[in-house]
Design a protein around this ligand. Structure first.
Ligand SMILES: Nc1ncnc2c1ncn2[C@@H]1O[C@H](COP(=O)(O)OP(=O)(O)OP(=O)(O)O)[C@@H](O)[C@H]1O
Length: 619
């Protein structure tokens, strides 16, 4: 990065370049990577609208239902037990006479699911993985169970442990250390942990471990009388985007290997008929986007009456204005067991206080877990903020790309139109770019992501649709070409790099049009021990009360379990018994210091005050 920093220092990207507007990048600007090269048209191998690279789902992005998940294989369930041809499908175990019968090992499937240690398309933990041990963890609530320190059996199921080893995970991340015993103890959980720190395993491991040990819930009597086949999952994971749902499903396939648990995924924009076919072959763990799940519930293809575990991944996003009505319909308006008869688990890297407040409706006596300061960014990510006027952004981007190391770069813009326009521009510059946003078809989105994962296109221009949860190995640089208007979105976006202990770089183009996030950006940079440019401090000083989350101008409001630090009305007796409210990790009880600000002082608005992600339409 120092080389990059030097090169950036030599650029004149600021607003102090005279009128600057006279420069037309297309006609006069020669990007550094083209200087000294022949000029001419782009290679022509990409389409002008984001390109279609390679086959569907390159690398780990490969999708679709794998053949080894065909057929049902349990006893006692009306009509769909042993595989249709009488044989148990490869890699799929059974639950027989109250016992788990894992399937025989299969090398081919193992290679497909777990790859090899040398394969770069499988994320491996990085040099800073051990630093996670130093991150302070706070768990608050009644009688919080002790964390585990290693992956062992017990408490984890033996088969799950084997799959964890196959995935080359040698020790749990902090969120996993805590979530395993908390969920095993039957508790609800709201877990906040930094991006890329293993939250998916944080819910999959305990849910699967318990499921492997306890077997399926019996399907209700009337199920076999239904005119149509219905799936009766025991766990449902809700995620905000198709890509994230698919990714969670891929992870679930790894960790359910050889077990009786059959994962399925349903999301909008894809053929519902083939999803129904998959559901009919058995579905124990369902990963879904809310819209498609509602549709399938209405069609009577899924019953939630057997749900033991409800997981909301990116929970703050799932409960903001865009998704809350759908989530309420799924949770309260269908046949899901009520809050006392299921476990509800929420995970995210950010958890604004107003959304925490809203989340109470879905939880009972929950443990609030925060790993690192909630909403903070990982110190594995080097963050740079450059002052760039809008009209200079294209030139600045090309210079930045020319100075970047090899690897994948994710470029965030605010609108779908901008995503297409910028991708087109990059392709015209002979760069290998593609785009992902909500106006592209499902096939185009999958192909774009596949091309990016495989490196066929090393630049992905994205709207916020790619901001959350996506885990793509070798993303070395995230560029906020347009800064988001909500600082939490910034946290999620830059979290696409620097994952699992790897390092990464994030660069943001800032100008006075972004002054609403200035103060919070300064806080984020300071917390993560990053350099704060003087212009940012100056503008933050000029800007008063510039928070994006209506009324909450300081991140101090959205950083901790509001039950302990706010004056909300739930008022449970936390800390009264057991270890409620203890602090763990570095510095023991003092790990959090006194820097929490005026937590939760202004309640009342349980709605979504100012979230910019109010609907999906701008994705
Ligand atoms: N215990 C572990 N050891 C090594 N690698 C791990 C471990 N747990 C998870 N990982 C890897 O870390 C990466 C990030 O994990 P994951 O996607 O679950 O993060 P996350 O916290 O959900 O991130 P985000 O907030 O962006 O959704 C993944 O590639 C995953 O395979």
């Amino acid at each position: 990065m120092s080389e990059l920093a030097n090169q950036m220092d030599n650029l004149n990207l600021g607003g102090n370049n005279g009128n600057g507007r006279g420069s037309n990048p297309r006609s006069s600007y020669v990007p550094p990577h083209m200087r000294g090269k022949r000029s001419g048209p782009p290679s022509g191998s990409f389409d002008g609208n984001g390109g279609d690279f390679g086959g569907r789902g390159g690398g780990r992005g490969g999708r679709g239902s794998s053949s080894f998940f065909g057929g049902g294989r349990r006893e006692g369930f009306g009509g769909r037990r042993e595989g249709g041809d009488g044989r148990t499908p490869r890699g799929v175990g059974r639950w027989v006479n109250g016992k788990h019968e894992p399937a025989p090992k299969n090398e081919q499937i193992e290679l497909q699911l777990f790859g090899t240690a040398e394969d770069p398309s499988f994320q491996s933990s990085g040099i800073n993985f051990d630093n996670y041990d130093d991150i302070p963890v706070e768990a608050s609530g009644n009688d919080v169970p002790e964390p585990i320190s290693d992956f062992t059996s017990p408490p984890l199921d033996e088969l799950l442990l084997e799959n964890i080893t196959r995935a080359r995970f040698t020790k749990p991340t902090p969120v996993q250390k805590y979530s395993v015993p908390i969920i095993a103890a039957g508790r609800d959980l709201m877990a906040c942990a930094q991006t890329g720190s293993g939250k998916t395993g944080g819910f999959l491991f305990p849910v699967l471990s318990e499921s492997f040990a306890n077997g399926p819930a019996p399907v209700p009597e009337q199920a076999s009388n239904y005119y149509i086949k219905k799936a009766f999952p025991t766990a449902v994971v809700l995620a905000p985007t198709r890509e994230l749902a698919t990714q969670i499903f891929d992870e679930a396939k790894k960790f359910t290997y050889r077990s009786w648990v059959r994962p399925c995924v349903v999301y909008g924009g894809a053929d519902i008929g083939s999803q129904i076919k998959e559901l009919n072959r058995g579905c124990d763990l369902l990963v879904a986007t809310p819209g498609r799940l509602s549709d399938l519930l209405e069609r009577g293809r899924i019953s939630l009456c057997n749900i033991k575990y409800l997981v909301l991944d990116e929970a703050d996003r799932m409960l903001d204005m865009g998704f809350e009505p759908q989530i309420r319909h799924i949770v309260d308006g269908c046949d899901m067991p009520n809050v006392d008869n299921r476990q509800t688990l929420m995970f995210s890297a950010t958890f604004p206080v107003d959304i925490q407040h809203l989340a109470r409706d879905f939880l009972k006596d929950y443990v609030f877990l925060s790993v690192g300061r909630v909403g903070s960014t990982s110190e594995n990510i080097t963050q740079n903020v450059l002052y760039v006027e809008d009209y200079d952004k294209r030139s600045a981007l090309l210079d930045l790309l020319a100075a970047s190391d090899d690897g994948l770069t994710l470029i965030f813009v605010e609108t779908k139109r901008m995503a297409d326009a910028l991708t087109d521009f990059l392709i015209m510059q002979d760069l290998k770019a593609t785009a992902i946003h909500g106006d592209r078809s499902q096939g185009e989105r999958e192909r774009a992501l596949g091309a990016f994962r495989s490196g066929k296109a090393n630049l992905l221009v994205a709207t916020a649709v790619a901001a959350r949860g996506l885990d793509i190995p070798n993303v070395i640089h995230v560029i906020n070409y347009d800064l988001p208007s909500d600082i939490d979105d910034y946290v999620h976006r830059i979290g696409r790099t620097g994952r699992a202990g790897n390092t990464g770089t994030a660069t943001a183009f800032f100008n006075r049009g972004n002054k609403n996030v200035c103060k919070e950006l300064v806080e984020i940079l300071t917390e993560a021990k990053q350099e704060v440019p003087a212009f940012l401090t100056q503008i933050a000083r000029e800007t008063s009360g510039g928070g994006a989350r209506g009324g909450h101008s300081s991140r101090g409001n959205s950083t901790r379990d509001y039950r302990r630090h706010g004056n909300g009305s739930s008022g449970s007796s936390y800390g009264a018994s057991g270890r409620g409210g203890s602090s763990y990790g570095r510095g023991g009880g003092s790990g959090w210091g006194n820097s929490w600000g005026n937590s939760g002082s202004s309640w009342g608005n349980t709605g979504n005050s100012g979230s910019s992600a109010a609907s999906n339409s701008w994705w």
